[in-house]
Design a protein around this ligand. Structure first.
Ligand code: 5AD
Ligand code: SF4
Length: 355
């Protein structure tokens, strides 16, 4: 007797999933099981966060990085890419385009570039807030608590710092100059200071098991992530992991669906890395629990140099063209674009569930 359908529905009906439940969901392989998982995740998404898709305009304003993460094309030791740093004027111009497009969040992302000092970033945040009624997400890597506090007080609303993997051995191996405990310290400081916290991880890292992924998903709940970006690992020829296999699109979709079932209200982006690995993947993610898309507003002349991984989807499309494409996908998924900043819904969920 073929039973998995029954257990998927049973798992999904629970208010709180266990790590073992997540493992089971990630192990599903039969097409009709997957269909059922994605459909249930879509329903849960609709119930808890509605049909609106939140757009976050991202500006990759510096590709300089002091770190050497084994998977990333921006790693310090990679001398094959041209390094760039946008200045305040260019950044504010790119933000103007985001604002004119009707998007209400700007994500400022860079490598770990200490040239963008605590005070310089603070001044930039204040200037953005003076000029635009936008929510600001920072994604600038690891800094000390005082710096994070300063930026929060300057007006930053959210911070994206992914855990990448919760397996300490893998973390150590692929981050020759980072420390797992320090990463967790940063996430805890960010939460405690009051940021809405974005975490997330890569799918299909060398040596990563389903067990590890279940722990990664569970960690989202433990750390209290308001947002979680999940994308497949894509090998880059200019990194030590050049010869490793890419992560799987299907496993990425399962991870998104399982994260929706576990966390209910967390903002889950349909990531560019998934679209890169598997064109059409962004739309599938929207139908498997995702509710956020991050269109790229980095000026065209810098785009190709923000080479985290090769052949990034949409890299040659102008912001307007990329936005059009994304709008078509949102339409195809039967969804609408949110007209509000899309702040975290976790506090409401905690009130709803009396936690
Ligand atoms: N494949 C997929 N994602 C990657 N990232 C970095 N390198 C890769 C890669 N090769 C992601 C990481 C990091 C963000 C900057 O991009 O999750 O947090
Ligand atoms: Fe730098 Fe981030 Fe790439 Fe690591 S993942 S090398 S910190 S840009």
């Amino acid at each position: 007797m073929y039973q998995p359908h029954f257990s998927i529905a049973q798992i999904a009906a629970q208010e709180y999933l266990s790590e073992a439940d997540i493992r089971l969901l990630l192990s599903l392989e039969k097409p009709r099981d997957l269909e059922m998982l994605f459909q249930i995740a879509d329903e849960i998404r609709q119930y808890y966060v509605g049909d609106e898709v939140h757009l976050r305009g991202i500006i990759e304003f510096s590709n300089l990085c002091r770190r050497n993460c084994d998977y990333c094309g921006l790693r310090h030791a990679n001398h094959t890419i041209v390094r760039y740093r946008m200045d305040e004027i260019e950044i504010l111009q790119a933000i103007e385009r985001i604002y004119q497009s009707g998007i209400s969040t700007v994500v400022l992302q860079s490598g770990e570039d200490l040239h963008w000092s605590r005070s310089r970033v603070s001044e930039l945040i204040k200037e953005i807030k003076r000029r635009f009624p936008l929510a600001i997400t920072l994604s600038l890597g690891e800094r000390d608590a005082d710096t994070y506090r300063d930026w929060f007080e300057a007006g930053a609303d959210r911070y994206l710092l992914k855990i990448e993997t919760t397996n300490p051995a893998i973390y150590k191996k692929i981050h020759p100059d980072c420390d797992y405990q320090e990463r967790v310290r940063c996430q805890k400081d960010l939460r405690q200071i009051g940021y809405q916290l974005g975490s997330g991880f890569m799918i299909g890292l060398p040596g990563q098991s389903i067990d590890d992924l279940a722990k990664d998903i569970y960690h989202l709940q433990e750390i209290g992530a308001d947002m979680a970006g999940m994308g497949p690992f894509i090998p880059d020829s200019n990194t030590p992991l050049a010869k490793d296999e890419a992560g799987a699109a299907e496993m990425t979709l399962k991870a998104i669906a399982a994260s929706r079932l576990l966390t209910k209200v967390t903002h889950l982006p349909a990531t560019t890395s998934l679209e890169t690995l598997s064109p059409g993947g962004r739309l599938l993610a929207l139908k498997a629990g995702a509710n956020v898309i991050m269109p790229n507003f980095t000026p065209m002349k810098y785009r190709k140099n923000y080479a985290i991984y090769p052949k990034k989807a949409g890299v040659s499309l102008s912001p307007d063209a990329l936005l059009e494409k994304i709008k078509t996908e949102i339409d195809a998924a039967g969804r609408t674009i949110a007209q509000n900043p899309g702040h975290s819904l976790r506090s409401q969920w905690r009130v709803m569930s009396k936690r």
